[in-house]
Design a protein around this ligand. Structure first.
Ligand code: ARG
Length: 469
């Protein structure tokens, strides 16, 4: 039943009689996924050809023919005219097949001293270097939106929450930048992962290096890698960089998820802290009145998939003996998908946040509601300033809040009547007073937030520079 195809000419068909079983092919071919690395495969092949030429392994004519063929392949890929065929097991096969069609017999020399094992690791590192930098730039673009919104927010304040219970008022700018700083760590991690993966595996061969005069250090430099591998076994079997990248993307996804969750909450009638722009909201197929925050929900929902990719790859890697195993082919799909999904999410969250309209009146009213007792800790600190131990002050104020919540008198009346607080202390209860009193460095009040805005802007400037944007 298993069909065998004699027309499938693989790179390895010499060893096996007849063609591969159709089901084997369907199960093992990876072209549909790894074709995304085609231009990286061309780049790696160019460097390999130049290395072969330096080692005297190619005549000048053969080297020229191979490089010209690689140029043509690159052009065809860029123009979208490159034709993949049913016999291309993977992108490496496709490029070598086309180069051989174009260059003639010289094509048969391209794979000298090279294995798909070092080739695929090289391609994926080139891909990841480029794409992780792209993700980091998109994160910076989102941070810029947060900064802009924070700058425009001025002294607008809202309740800050712990346990999702109103706790103390904070500036909206401070709240927005809290997400901005989390994203700054994401940028840091992406840059760091990129630095660690900047090592060329090319020249490791299948697993042990080569008998031919090849120079991995020179090809590494040719490809713009910071270094060449130190151990050929490690070079072909290490996928730490994929796991790290997936972790960076998963955590970035978690941060986007937390932003999404707040947008969902804040845009609800219960909170009413923001209104979504129509272009960034969705409707309901049945309920005519609905305006839904689907972008925010998907920003939250995608994190499950991203965490799954990380978990999946770690499980794939955990039992593998050295060196290359075909299991490693499972590294690319999660990485490609994670990068694609994160890029989509970043662009969507940028649009969502850039266009949402904050309702500062609602936010401030919520923060100032008497039952919030936003200034409770300020009342306690007033007593502390007068010499009372904080634990006692806490007890006194908690008693007043409890009494006022029983409805007998307002907190302001109780404060005014209290011997150690008195009418002067009621000023602490004035709208916005509590947030203005948060003066310590890194705190939520206008004075420290003015400094924070400058620090954050400077951080974005530095990140843009180091990412070359
Ligand atoms: N498609 C393979 C991968 O992604 C390329 C390497 C194949 N190597 C091998 N020895 N079969 O890992």
């Amino acid at each position: 039943m298993a069909g065998r195809s004699d027309t499938l000419m693989t790179l390895w068909s010499g060893r096996l009689e007849g063609g591969p079983a159709a089901e084997l092919w369907a199960f093992t071919a990876s072209l549909s996924v790894d074709r995304r690395m085609a231009s990286d495969d061309v780049a790696g092949s160019r460097a390999h050809v130049r290395g072969l030429a330096r080692g005297g392994l190619l005549t000048e004519d053969d080297a020229a023919a191979l490089l010209a063929a690689l140029d043509t392949v690159d052009g065809e890929l860029a123009a979208g005219t490159f034709v993949f065929t049913a016999t291309d097991e993977d992108v490496h096969t496709a490029v070598e097949r086309r180069v051989t069609e174009l260059a003639g017999p010289a094509g048969g020399r391209l794979h000298t001293g090279r294995s798909r094992n070092d080739q695929v690791a090289t391609d994926l590192r080139l891909w990841a270097k480029r794409e992780l930098a792209g993700v980091a730039m998109r994160v910076v673009a989102l941070q810029e939106v947060l900064l802009e919104r924070a700058e425009v927010a001025g002294e607008t304040y809202l309740p800050g929450y712990t346990h999702l219970q109103r706790a103390q008022p904070v500036l909206l700018a401070h709240h927005l930048l809290a997400h901005g700083w989390a994203l700054a760590r994401d940028v840091d991690r992406l840059v760091d992962t990129r630095r660690r993966l900047d090592v060329s595996p090319l020249g490791a061969g299948a697993l042990a290096g080569s008998s031919l005069p090849l120079d991995p250090v020179a090809t590494a430099a040719d490809l713009g890698f910071a270094a060449a591998f130190d151990n050929s076994l490690d070079a072909v079997s290490d996928r730490d960089f994929v796991a790290e990248a997936l972790f960076d993307l998963a955590l970035l996804g978690v941060h986007l998820s937390r932003i999404g969750e707040e947008v969902v909450l804040w845009s609800s009638a219960e909170f009413g802290f923001l209104r979504l722009a129509d272009a960034w909201a969705t409707g309901s197929s049945m309920l005519p009145q609905k305006k839904n925050p689907d972008v925010a929900e998907l920003a939250r929902g995608k994190s499950g998939r991203l965490i799954g990719h990380l978990t999946g790859l770690l499980v794939t890697l955990k039992g593998l003996p050295l060196a290359y195993n075909r299991d490693l082919q499972e590294d690319k799909e999660p990485l490609f998908d994670a990068v694609e999904q994160v890029n989509l999410a970043l662009a969507a969250v940028v649009g969502l946040l850039a266009t949402a309209e904050f309702d500062s009146a609602r936010m401030e009213a919520a923060a100032d509601e008497p039952e919030t007792a936003a200034a409770a800790v300020d009342l306690a600190e007033w007593l502390v300033a007068a010499g009372m131990p904080f634990r006692d002050a806490h007890h006194v104020v908690a008693g007043l809040v409890r009494e006022s919540s029983d409805g007998a008198a307002s907190l302001a009346e109780l404060v005014a009547a209290h011997p150690q607080l008195g009418p002067d202390a009621t000023g602490l209860l004035a709208p916005g007073a509590a947030v203005r009193r948060r003066t310590t460095a890194g705190g939520a009040g206008p004075a420290p937030v003015a400094v924070e805005l400058g620090t954050f802007a400077e951080r974005l400037r530095l990140d843009r520079t180091r990412l070359g944007g």
